[in-house]
Ligand binder design. Sequence first.
Ligand SMILES: Cc1ncc(C[n+]2csc(CCOP(=O)(O)OP(=O)(O)O)c2C)c(N)n1
Ligand SMILES: [Mg+2]
Length: 810
Amino acid sequence: MQTTYIETQQISFQDFKNQILEDYKLGRISREMSYLGRREVLTGKAKFGIFGDGKELPQLAMAKVFRNGDFRSGYYRDQTFALAVNALTIKSFFAQLYADTSVEREPASAGRQMNGHFATRSLNEDGSWKNLMAQKNISSDISPTAGQMPRLLGLAQASKIYKSVQFEGSEKFSNKGNEIAFGTIGDASTAEGHFWETLNAACAIQVPMIVSIWDDGYGISVPTKNQRAKSDIAEMLSGFQRKEEENQGCEIIQVKAWDYPSLLDAYAKAEHFARTESIPVVVHVVEVTQPQGHSTSGSHERYKNEERLTWEAEFDGLIKFREWILDYAIEIEGKEEIIATVEELDSIEEEAKKVVKAGQKEAWEDYQKTITDLTKSIMPLIENMKGQNTEIETYISQFNKLVSKAKKDIFHLIRKTLLVTRGIHSNERNQLLQKYNEVFEIEKDHYSSHLYSESEWKATHVKEIKPIFSENSEEVDGRVVVRNNFDKIFEKYPETLVFGEDAGNIGDVNQGLEGMQEKYGEVRIADTGIREATILGQGIGLAMRGLRPIAEIQYLDYILYCLQGMSDDLATVHYRTKGGQKAPVIIRTRGHRLEGIWHSGSPMAGIINLSKGILVLVPRNLTKAAGFYNTMLQADEPAVIVECLNGYRLKEKQPDNLGEFTVPVGKIEITKEGKDITLVTYGSTWRIVMEAANELEKLGISAEVIDAQSLIPFDLSHEIAESVKKTNRLAVIDEDVEGGTSAFILQQILEKQKAFRYLDSDPLTIVANDHRPAYASDGDYFSKPSADDMVEKIYALFNEINPQKYPAIF
Ligand SMILES: Cc1ncc(C[n+]2csc(CCOP(=O)(O)OP(=O)(O)O)c2C)c(N)n1
Ligand SMILES: [Mg+2]
């Protein structure tokens, strides 16, 4: 067994000493940032603060083995690490604390995230990838504790995939898979399922990942013993420990947070296992302190006893580091060498205070300047209007009295002024209005841009290529269309891979991937464990490293297991970095209309509401689904594609241009023309709506059927309103609950497309019962809208209008 993993280099004592003093200085700078950061919040200059005090030493050690191309997926305690890998500066740290919206000053989130949420920028301004191998990468943090773990799995797995997958441009993402993904997590958050699911998967598939647990004994106020089966997580994890000759499991290293040389050794060892052997490692860092308590929201004296507080003061990592430096002495060529004297360390500490204060001051001044500049550009225009309403003077004086002014106060002043001068047509008012529009646009960009891609690869920019059919086009089962299309996709895009439960060996439960693993190998067409949260996480992490993952969730009903990650992580990544990162994952799933409560549900409203930022596509057949895959693989945005579960065995004409034809997103299709009523539907319900429409035709009602096919984005060219303009009646039909997706569709048509003005009857929704669908065909018939339901409900509308022509059925 090796005793040390630190690579011995021939360095001079001077260099050795300098490195240590650099670390000490950075540690002290980080600590001063925590102290000053807290003060900035408590004095009201920032809203909330959470800091990395107490965690400095392990992060300095971790940074030493973090190389270009590596990725971190961690949480809010890692400011020292972020500083050490140049992903953070003193100024950008404070800019984030103040919520400065400048990307240049706050590159992690442009003021969108609270402090301690780190990120580097993976993308150029035009949305194209930077060379990630030329930088140290931090995938954007999220607040939900342990939510960073599933993504970590994908970031680590990318290295494994790049060992065998290469494509044009792949050198920007990997050097033959030599990169490590580093995770960090708090001790209490290891109680979350995500932690265990991720570690289990990492140990099963063997990926180069180092997870550090900062064990400070508490999750806010709750001590570790109340969080887990055993206080010692390393003991709990011992079953995961890798055995000799076994290609499973991980290495577990335990180390004290205040022991600098042991930390260096621990991380050197962790790097050795992860980088050279490609196996996961857990570094359990114990005896971590938290000098200022959890966050600015409370004080730790409320839950830590005297004994603990005294221990924390004594075992503060930086104090112990200082002691170690001062105790260090070595004889070199007969001369005793030391690292530093008390005076030298004192002066480093003084210097740290000074640079932090200076950085904070500059960050505050820059931030304030944006507000004062805005105020200066607005106030003369408001002053000009004093004569137009007596209230304006009062508003100005109220504004001037504010001790600290935010942008919202200026906007409030403008809007109140415009409100009380409504109806006045003056030059002064016009000038203010014009300025208001101008500054409002700027703030819209600051706070609301980049929810979706703004690049040239935006999904809506993908050119439509219609499917080509000829006399030779065969009628085949739907699953064959999608399978053959996947074949073309995997051939065309070497960066594309698919994985999920049963997706590999048997080619998915409906054989939509039949034979693909044999043809493209186990790396690209892979089976996974039953673990939806980390299947999604794999997708996110792989996509962040330039691959094009198709993450398969076996049934739509089980998407709820990964909805948290979709909502908190995937849907927000582009937004929360203001276009600095992207994860164009395609979530492939199948649902609607099979059998029973958990195989035929339609939680679409939950998905579209919780995942704004992800495109939601609901093709009515497998040809449409194939077209959506072809579209999305040319785009740089994430999407969910819900295939029709009952469509795999239905015959479809297979297009000749498989792998080429696209289905545009945000575009509806009129599948039956009609003049009396517009029926809007999507997915599996479409076939039943068509059946009902044909039945209605026999009853003298001509229905126009529209397949919405894309819920997010929805009918961008407002074609549905055009249809309603013609028919003057509208019904929205789906399998979701009452007030679910149908409510969203109605809101889009009536409010956004303003189709209410064309309506001659109440708009109608025909939806499933609120309970989950009962089992078997009768369960389906009595739970979901049937063709009978549709015919009767739509007919009733016409009966109300003209009972002579349409006598009542019941
Ligand atoms: C899913 C989730 N639940 C609750 C919270 C609120 N919360 C924020 S931090 C925290 C404690 C985390 O403790 P630990 O993991 O030990 O990290 P530490 O802050 O001690 O470093 C809690 C409960 C959250 N952010 N996310
Ligand atoms: Mg903790």
